[in-house]
Write a protein that binds this ligand. Structure first.
Ligand code: NAP
Length: 287
């Protein structure tokens, strides 16, 4: 049962652009309702130049916290007062803000969310594996750092804007000396890899409902890789349809969404037990 909205109702929300596709309000509100917490979670579409003002809004209107989504995760890392966890600080992109008495703390729950999604949906452990990451935005950063932390053998990053891929690689390389990390500026160069690619991760926004389609011919891998698409709406993205057609194990980003959201919820409320299951249940109703 949803609590009555009154003068004590705490507000949370997602800041991004666009946010119309986001399932976050549905899943967080389901969890607030389940635990009888007097709080509501809304979607805030923020103009590209207004993120600093939105952060001041979180502080001055005393929101309990916020999630950050495309395209703001990297900029947001510079707008909080403190990033308590070392690895979150190194990633340089945050997706969760906790407001404690006017101090804004930033966290990145995408990394653990991604590894949980990989494990739960594909039973995939990145240790010793070779991975192709598509994209170089905030989500790709979290993916590369999560893979490095999980001791992947090699990470190859491809992005439309090669400079961004190079920048991500040259930044990440210092943190994970045991993982080979390279950028490629032509996707077909993946054919020249010495060892087979075990996993392809789409961390671009391509494939999202209404957005352009990711142009990647999975056939060039010439082996059976697993495919994980961070995009979750539509549930079967063009990339996943292609993986399906080629008989490759594949999953969309719903598992990651629920896992990273459950961690945000825990940071805000301290509630952990059963949260991911409640959120997954709520997600099924959104689809
Ligand atoms: P972002 O920072 O805006 O980065 C977007 C990425 O997509 C960049 O690499 C960008 O390339 C690429 N891109 C955008 N339009 C493109 C186009 N037309 N052609 C080729 N590449 C294009 O966004 P983000 O925060 O990293 O998020 C990326 C995606 O991951 C979003 O769809 C988001 O919803 C999803 N996501 C899902 C979860 C989950 O829990 N499942 C969590 C986080 C993110 P350029 O550098 O060339 O612009």
């Amino acid at each position: 049962m949803a609590s009555e909205i009154n003068a004590q109702t705490k507000l949370y929300g997602i800041l991004g652009n666009p946010v119309g596709h986001s399932f976050s309000p549905s899943i967080h509100n389901a969890a607030f309702d389940h635990f009888g917490i007097n709080a509501r979670y809304l979607a805030y579409e923020v103009e590209k130049h207004s993120l600093p003002l939105a952060f001041e809004g979180v502080r001055s209107l005393n929101l309990g916290g916020a999630n950050i989504t495309i395209p703001f995760k990297e900029e947001a890392a510079g707008l909080v007062d403190e990033i308590p966890e070392d690895l979150d600080r190194c990633v340089g992109a945050i997706n969760t803000v906790v407001n404690k008495d006017g101090m804004l703390y930033g966290y990145n729950t995408d990394m653990v969310g991604f590894l949980t999604g990989l494990h739960e949906e594909l039973n995939f452990n990145p240790e010793g594996k070779n991975v192709l990451v598509l994209g170089s935005g905030g989500a790709a950063r979290a993916v590369v750092f999560a893979l490095g932390r999980a001791h992947a053998n090699r990470i190859v990053v491809y992005n439309r804007t090669f400079d961004r891929a190079e920048a991500l690689v040259s930044y990440a390389i210092d943190f994970f000396p045991e993982t080979e990390i390279d950028a490629i500026d032509d996707i077909t160069d993946v054919k020249n890899e010495k060892e087979k690619i075990d996993l392809v991760v789409n961390a671009t926004s391509l494939g999202m409902k209404g957005d352009a389609t990711l142009a990647m011919d999975l056939g060039i891998l010439e082996n059976e890789a697993s495919v994980y698409d961070l995009v979750y709406a539509p549930a079967q993205t063009p990339l996943l349809k292609e993986a399906q057609r080629l008989g490759m194990p594949n999953a969309n980003g719903l598992g990651m969404l629920a896992a990273q959201a459950a961690l945000s919820f825990e940071l805000w409320t301290g509630k952990k037990e059963g949260v991911r299951e409640i959120m997954l249940e709520a997600l099924k109703k959104c689809l």
